[in-house]
Design a protein around this ligand. Structure first.
Ligand code: GDP
Length: 493
C-alpha cells in the first residue's frame, strides 16, 4: 500500500512516532514503513514514550556491537566450549538471550515480545532459534545485524532444552536447595550458561527467575537459553531492578505489547504481499470493518450452529452487526436512522478467521449472499488444522493476525494468543467470546476485554521472600486486572 507522497504526517508516522529506527532498506522489508498506511482506518492514539525510544536505540547499538559474527560474539562463544567455561567474565563482555519457541505462532509472538523486553532490561542480546520458520516470516528487526542464531551455535537449542535440563535455573536451585544455592553460586565462578524455563508448566524453582536476588545472580551468567509459550511481560514488573525503568518506558501499561509488537514483528515481503493484496481486494472498500476470530480449543467440537448463535448474540447485543429479521432476513439496520438522518447503513466488511470452513457459510446464510444488510463476510483461509512450523501455513496465520488488527472492532475467542496478537497490534480491546461452548450459548455471549494487552495465562503467584503462594495480580495492583477469558490469568491495564 503506497503511502501518499509528500504528506508530512505520513512521513512522521512511517516510523510510528520514532518507535522504528530509520535507515533500513525499505525495499527489503516493505512492511516496516508501510505499516502506518495499513492502519489508515484508525491511527493509534498510543505514542511511544521518550524512554522507550531511547531504550530501543540503546538496545539496537548493543545488538550491533555484540550480534552474531562480531568479534565480541566469537569471544563469548569461547565460554561455551569445554575449556572456556572457567574464563572470568569481564564487565565489557556481551551477554546473550537465546529464545526458543513453543506452541503456535500466537504463543510464539507473545513470548518472543516478552523475551525481547527482558533482553532489553537485562542488557542481553536477543537471538532466536533459526531452526524454525520465523526467519521466513519476519524481517530482521535490528539494524545492521541479525537476530537469527547462527546454525553453528554449539548448543543444540531446540531438541534438548526442557524443564528437566540439568542447567535449568530451577534445577540448579533444586539440586542445591533454594536457600543454600544463592550465596555459593554467587561466590564461586558462575556457570557459563543457564536455561530459563518459563513455559506454562514452570514450577516454584523456575519461577524464582522473577525474584530480585535471583536476577542479580542471573546477570552474571553470559549465556541464557529461554523457552516460553507465555506472555510473561507482566511478571517482569515484579523484579525490583526492572520496575522503575518499565514504568518510565511504558507510562500506558495497556500498550506494552502494542508498542513491542509493532516494533518487532515486521512481516517479510512475501507475507506482506498476502496481507496487502487481501486487504485491498476484500476489506478496503467497506466503510467499516469488523474482525471475528473463531478458535475452537477442544478436540470435541461444539455444534457450529451454537457458535454462530453465540457470535450473533454478541455482535447484535453490542451493535457490532445489524440485526436481521427471521426468515426473510431483512436487515433491521437498513431502515434505521444513522445520526438522526434516514438512509442505508454503512457497508461493513467482516473479516472472519478460523481454521474451519462452516462458519462463513452459516453467517452468509443469515445475512443473505447478496449482502442486503450492507454486510459482507470474508475468510482468507480455511486450513482445517494447525500446522505450526510449515512456513506457508504460518504465513497465512500471520497475515490473518495482521488483517484482523486493521479492524475497528474485534470479536475474539477466549484463551487465544492468536487473537491477542491481533488485538495488541491493532490497539483494540476486543469483545471476547466466552468459552468453551458445549451445549448452550453462554450468557452473556461475550465480554469486553479490560485492555488490548495479551493475557498472561500462568502468572507465577509466588512469594520470593517465603516461597509460598502469593497472588501476582495483587502484587502488581493497580495496573493489572483479570483477563475475562482465563481464570487465574492476568493482564496489564
Ligand atoms: P492459540 O492456540 O489460539 O493460542 O494460538 P496460536 O497461534 O498459538 O496457535 C494456533 C495456530 O493454529 C495458529 O498459529 C495457526 O497455525 C492455526 N490457526 C488457528 N486459528 C487460525 C485461523 O483463524 N487462521 C489461520 N490461518 N490459522 C489458524
Amino acid at each position: 500500500i503506497p503511502p501518499s507522497p509528500g504528506s508530512s504526517d505520513v512521513a512522521q508516522d512511517k516510523l510510528l512516532g520514532s518507535l522504528l529506527a530509520a535507515g533500513f532498506d525499505e525495499e527489503s522489508c516493505r512492511s516496516r514503513y508501510q505499516l502506518a498506511s495499513l492502519y489508515r482506518r484508525r491511527t493509534s492514539p498510543y505514542k511511544p514514550s521518550p524512554n522507550l525510544i531511547e531504550g530501543l536505540r540503546r538496545y539496537e547499538a548493543l545488538h550491533e556491537r555484540c550480534g552474531p559474527y562480531t568479534g565480541a560474539y566469537n569471544m563469548s562463544l569461547l565460554r561455551l566450549k569445554p575449556a572456556g567455561g572457567g574464563r572470568p567474565i569481564r564487565s565489557a563482555m556481551c551477554k546473550y538471550l537465546v529464545w526458543t519457541p513453543e506452541n503456535g505462532l500466537g504463543n510464539r509472538m507473545v513470548s518472543l515480545a516478552s523475551a525481547f523486553l527482558y533482553a532489553l532490561l537485562a542488557e542481553r542480546v536477543l537471538l532466536i532459534d533459526s531452526s524454525k520458520d520465523l526467519g521466513g516470516l519476519f524481517c530482521e528487526p535490528f539494524p545492521r545485524s541479525t537476530w537469527l542464531l547462527p546454525r553453528e551455535f554449539p548448543l543444540k537449542v531446540s531438541a534438548t532444552f526442557n524443564q528437566k535440563h540439568p542447567q535449568s535455573y530451577g534445577n540448579l536451585l533444586r539440586t542445591a536447595g533454594v536457600a543454600a544455592a544463592l550465596p555459593p553460586l554467587l561466590g564461586t565462578l558462575p556457570p557459563s550458561f543457564v536455561y530459563a524455563h518459563l513455559s506454562h508448566d514452570y514450577d516454584s524453582n523456575d519461577k524464582r527467575f522473577f525474584c530480585g536476588p535471583d536476577q542479580h545472580l542471573l546477570e552474571k551468567i553470559p549465556w541464557m537459553v529461554l523457552r516460553s509459550d507465555q506472555y510473561f511481560t507482566p511478571a517482569l514488573f515484579l523484579v525490583p531492578a526492572f520496575r522503575g525503568r518499565l514504568g518510565r518506558m511504558f507510562p500506558e501499561k495497556e500498550a506494552v505489547f502494542h508498542h513491542l509488537g509493532r516494533y518487532l514483528f515486521h512481516p517479510t515481503n512475501a507475507v506482506w504481499g498476502l496481507i496487502t493484496d487481501y486487504y485491498e481486494a476484500h476489506l478496503a472498500r467497506g466503510s467499516e470493518m469488523l474482525g471475528i476470530q473463531i478458535r475452537l480449543h477442544f478436540r470435541k467440537e461444539p455444534a457450529l450452529e451454537l457458535v454462530v448463535r453465540q457470535i450473533l448474540n454478541c455482535t447484535w447485543t453490542h451493535k457490532l452487526l445489524p440485526e436481521v429479521l427471521g426468515r426473510r432476513r431483512r436487515p433491521l439496520a437498513a431502515a434505521a436512522t444513522v445520526n438522526g438522518s434516514s438512509g442505508p447503513s454503512p457497508s461493513k466488511a467482516v473479516l472472519l478467521t478460523s481454521l474451519h470452513a462452516g462458519f462463513l457459510e452459516r453467517l452468509e446464510g443469515v445475512y443473505g449472499r447478496e449482502q442486503a444488510a450492507g454486510v459482507s463476510f470474508h475468510q482468507p483461509s480455511q486450513e482445517g488444522r494447525q500446522r505450526t512450523g510449515k512456513e506457508e501455513h504460518d504465513a497465512k496465520a500471520l497475515a490473518e493476525m495482521y488483517l484482523l488488527s486493521t479492524a475497528e472492532e474485534l470479536v475474539t475467542s477466549a484463551w487465544s494468543t492468536f487473537g491477542y496478537v491481533a488485538q495488541g497490534l491493532g490497539g483494540i480491546s476486543p469483545w471476547i467470546l466466552r468459552g468453551p461452548v458445549h451445549t448452550r450459548v453462554p450468557e452473556p455471549a461475550c465480554v469486553r476485554g479490560a485492555s488490548m494487552e495479551p493475557c498472561f495465562h500462568y502468572p507465577p503467584n509466588y512469594d520470593c521472600a517465603t516461597g509460598d503462594y502469593m497472588d501476582t495480580r495483587k502484587m502488581l495492583a493497580p495496573f493489572t486486572s483479570k483477563c475475562g477469558d482465563r481464570k487465574g490469568g492476568l493482564k496489564l491495564v
